[in-house]
Design a protein around this ligand. Structure first.
Ligand SMILES: Cc1cc2nc3c(=O)[nH]c(=O)nc-3n(C[C@H](O)[C@H](O)[C@H](O)COP(=O)(O)OP(=O)(O)OC[C@H]3O[C@@H](n4cnc5c(N)ncnc54)[C@H](O)[C@@H]3O)c2cc1C
Length: 394
């Protein structure tokens, strides 16, 4: 098969790759997307789009949403703490990744990208400033290469790029429900059923997506899922399609891009380290890389500089704070439980606001009013205190 020359080759047709490709093609840049699978394909994922991710999804892809959840239940099982969060907007929306990824891919194709399915990339070399990409469907060349090939990122290994990411295991399964109308409308997150992680239940159209993740790589993820299913009161026999995968919880920093190679999504490692939601990072990094390459008029150095700057603003400004909170949640359970025992509802509400894109983790930790609010010194309370003091003086 002939060797094909493009401006940009994107490896991986998940949300990060198709978002990057679509935005580049819209600017008239010649892009090819290669994916090892044929679409629609199964992707191991809970398919929960938090509100900040939902707001990044183009309207045309919104038909992939199966259910909008306005209610979330958060529980810490060992300390018997439960919090209910409700919002007027969907806190988390449930997508079928099969349909969602196809919708985004179709948008990229309609924008002018070439898509090659069943093209597993087996080798990547760089000769005279051009990437040579070899896959089952021939070879491709381009001065720019976007690695959007997920958590395992073969591209990174093929090119010998040091991996700064930390990967954790997660497993997802489905529990079919005979009467879809009986499915509860709320999403739930349960901590402490097993060590160092949490379990989730997401209501889909005819089933629940149930899954667990753990920061403890040594613990058995399958037995964690079994304990969680038992805790929920489901019979293990009802559990179908159990599949595991890795989630990166620390991004690449120094090696996020270099000389025409750019990492996005899971391959970059942009995933929230507290709840491990990666769709916001996938969609955002896809947009940012496209903006950087097109704004730089395909000049490599300038594109790299712009991408690093954008990641600095959008990812790195907040990451140390979210990583700090993740450490408290998973490695300091006593401190976490104390905080939740004292101000649990306030913290749950504030975290919901962060996941909705209203605020950042940095704001959550540094803004003094949050502490005042948590301990009850709201303006009305202050007024109340003054009145009480006046009464006492009188
Ligand atoms: C169990 C589990 C549950 C999750 N639940 C959620 C959730 O509820 N909400 C959320 O926001 N995030 C969730 N995530 C994370 C989310 O799935 C990822 O962050 C997101 O899919 C990243 O998108 P991506 O485009 O970077 O990569 P992916 O969606 O992984 O896409 C990568 C693509 O690259 C292709 N590819 C890989 N290697 C090659 C190769 N050598 N050649 C060609 N193609 C290749 C693959 O076929 C794939 O299509 C979950 C992850 C797991 C594991």
């Amino acid at each position: 098969m002939a060797d094909r020359l493009y401006d940009v080759v994107v490896i991986g047709a998940g949300p990060s790759g198709t978002t990057a490709a679509r935005n580049l093609a819209k600017k008239g840049i010649k892009v090819a997307i290669l994916d090892k699978t044929k679409f629609p394909r199964k992707k191991v994922c809970g398919g929960g789009l938090v509100y900040r991710a939902l707001s990044l999804v183009p309207r045309t892809a919104l038909h992939a949403v199966e259910r909008f959840c306005y209610n979330v239940l958060l529980s810490f099982v060992k300390s018997h703490l439960t919090f209910q969060i409700w919002r007027e907007y969907p806190i988390i929306s449930m997508v079928s990744r099969k349909r969602f990824d196809v919708a985004l891919l179709e948008m990229a194709i309609n924008a002018g990208c070439s898509f090659v399915a069943g093209a597993e990339v087996k080798n990547v070399t760089k000769v005279n400033g051009l990437f040579h990409i070899e896959c089952g469907k021939g070879s491709f060349r381009a001065p720019f290469l976007i690695a959007a090939d997920g958590a395992t990122s073969r591209t990174s290994r093929l090119l010998g790029v040091p991996d700064e990411r930390v990967l954790i295991p997660a497993v997802e399964a489905r529990i079919d429900v005979r009467k879809p109308e009986a499915i509860e409308e709320q999403a739930r997150f349960d901590f402490d059923i097993f060590h160092g992680g949490y379990g989730w239940v997401f209501p889909k159209s005819g089933h629940y997506s149930v899954g667990v993740l753990t920061c403890h790589r040594k613990s058995s993820i399958l037995s964690a899922l079994k304990s969680y299913v038992t805790y929920l009161g489901f019979d293990w026999k009802r559990v179908r399609s159990v599949q595991g995968a890795f989630i990166p919880i620390r991004p690449r920093k120094k090696y996020c891009c270099h000389d025409g190679l750019f990492f996005v999504g899971d391959s970059l490692g942009w995933v929230d380290p507290i709840v491990a939601e990666g769709l916001t990072g996938a969609l955002t990094s896809g947009e940012l890389v496209a903006r950087a390459i097109s704004k730089a008029d395909l000049a490599k150095d300038k594109a790299e500089k712009l991408y690093r700057q954008a990641l600095g603003r959008m990812l790195w400004k907040d990451y140390p704070w979210s990583a700090f909170l993740a450490k408290v949640v998973y490695k300091r359970p006593r401190l976490r439980d104390l905080c939740f025992r004292l101000y649990g509802q306030e913290i749950a509400d504030a975290v919901t606001d962060v996941m909705s894109g209203k605020w950042s983790h940095k704001w959550l930790i540094l803004w003094p009013f949050n502490y005042l609010k948590a301990i009850g010194l709201l303006p009305c309370r202050i007024k109340h205190l003054r009145i009480t003091r006046c009464c006492l003086v009188l």
